[in-house]
Design a protein around this ligand. Structure first.
Ligand code: URA
Length: 435
């Protein structure tokens, strides 16, 4: 067996055997298969895809590439994972809500990928916050506070760690079997009893069409079921950025505001739906009771208390919750104004993510260093009426990027109509239960 033969097979759309898939994953993790050959195979998978059997084999080979853990928290562990979006700060809202309702959330999260943001990058914008805590501390924190959010350690799913970074740099992210195996390998290796998947669909998601999002959701639920986990997928809209903030510290601030009961309605709808599904999967009550419980955890302040507790246990400065000036502050800002009267009929979501990345909020190469202050805050969103000269958004950065040139490009991501669209996109589109 050689990697050259395996790349050639996949290039010609021939199914790979279980042995070949196991051999590739082991070889890439050990370093005997170099990045350039793995990149070629990933690109062949992007074009020719994988069968259900190959996807399951790849997921299992990746999950087994490192330690398989089962956090002994003493309770039912629920995990949540998003397929990646723009302005998607739901983990920061949902995990504290669910923990406040008495369900454990030991959460291993990822970094930004392509034009989408990552929870670990967002959390690291909190001064002092440590996302690389030892496993024993991670479990102890969950036992104490009900939640902990950390990055994957090197010993957990090293195959995904390496492949994820490579995909990010080789434009091989948007493939259903690669996304499925990446997400599900992590979920299976981290031993959650219940898994709630937020499958994003639309311009800002990796899945641009509803059909693809549904296929991805069904593939992940199928793999979860095969592995004996209670798994549910929620398909949610990513046709426009979620909420109003895009960028690391800007999104943490918006999540804190959400836990203070001041979130934009789209962000709150997605967050409460995911939280309710997590509570339901954990057997906390009927669907209605779980939704009510999640809402109450926000209105009575208990979810915000959980976020504070988590920040403190992971070494962060929890005073940021009441004083946003404690986050690093951007050096430069630029306002963008409406060029005409009308209604905003669209905001290109992928371009928003790419512009945020160019401002410094994401990585252009594997080695890029993130500017936590960079990003965008929207004043207006899809469906809003605007008059010429009204403020649409503000861009922020502390890097030496050309913010004026970027703001001119940014102005083009808005589209306008004379009348308001009477049928706005549904935010939560479908819930697929695998149990
Ligand atoms: N999130 C992941 O963890 N992996 C992907 O491939 C995409 C989103």
């Amino acid at each position: 067996m050689t990697i050259y033969e395996i790349i050639t097979k996949k290039k010609h759309n021939v199914e790979l055997s279980t042995e070949e898939i196991n051999w590739v994953v082991a070889g890439y993790v050990s370093g005997s298969i170099p990045d350039y050959q793995m990149s070629a195979l990933l690109m062949a998978i992007c074009f020719c895809s994988l069968s259900d059997r190959e996807t399951t084999d790849l997921t299992m080979a990746m999950a087994r590439s490192g330690d398989m853990i089962k956090p002994e928290t003493g309770g039912f562990n629920v995990d949540k994972h998003s397929t990646g979006g723009v302005g998607d700060k739901t983990t920061l809202i949902v995990a504290p809500i669910v923990a406040a309702c008495g369900v454990c959330v030991p959460k291993m999260s990822g970094r930004g990928l392509g034009h989408t943001g990552g929870t670990i990058d967002k959390l690291e914008s909190i001064p002092g916050f440590n996302t690389e805590i030892p496993y024993e501390q991670f479990v102890a924190n969950v036992k104490k506070a009900g939640l902990a959010v950390a990055g994957q350690t090197g010993s957990l799913v090293p195959a995904d760690k390496k492949i994820y970074a490579l995909r990010n740099a080789t434009a091989t992210v948007d493939s259903i079997p690669l996304i499925c195996s990446s997400i599900m390998s992590k979920k299976l290796a981290t031993g959650a009893d219940g898994i709630v998947l937020d499958v994003k669909v639309g311009d800002g998601a990796f899945m641009k069409t509803y059909d693809d999002a549904e296929k991805l959701a069904e593939a992940m639920v199928r793999v979860g079921k095969l592995a004996g986990r209670k798994c549910v997928a929620v398909i949610t809209d990513m046709e426009k950025p979620l909420g109003r903030a895009v960028g690391n510290s800007l999104e943490v601030i918006e999540a804190i505001e959400a836990l203070k009961g001041k979130a934009p309605s789209d962000l709150m709808e997605v967050s409460l739906t995911l939280a309710a599904e997590m509570l339901f999967v954990a057997g906390k009550g009927t669907a209605e009771e779980c939704k009510k419980m999640a809402e109450e955890a926000v209105s009575n302040g208990k979810a915000l208390d959980k976020l504070r507790e988590m920040i403190e246990l992971q070494g962060g400065n929890s005073d940021v919750i009441n004083d946003y000036s404690l986050f690093a502050q951007p050096k430069f800002s630029k306002k963008v104004f409406a060029p005409e009267d009308g209604f905003i009929s669209g905001i290109s979501c992928e371009k928003t993510g790419l512009i945020s990345l160019r401002l410094g909020a994401g990585r252009q190469t594997k080695e890029s260093v993130i500017d936590f202050t960079a990003g965008i805050v929207f004043e207006k969103t899809v469906g809003d009426k605007v008059v010429k000269g009204e403020k649409l958004a503000t861009l922020y950065t502390s890097t030496d990027c050309d913010i004026n040139a970027i703001s001119n490009e940014f102005a083009d991501i808005f589209s306008y109509s004379v009348k308001q669209n009477p049928c706005p996109e549904k935010i939560v589109k479908k819930i697929i239960k695998g149990y």
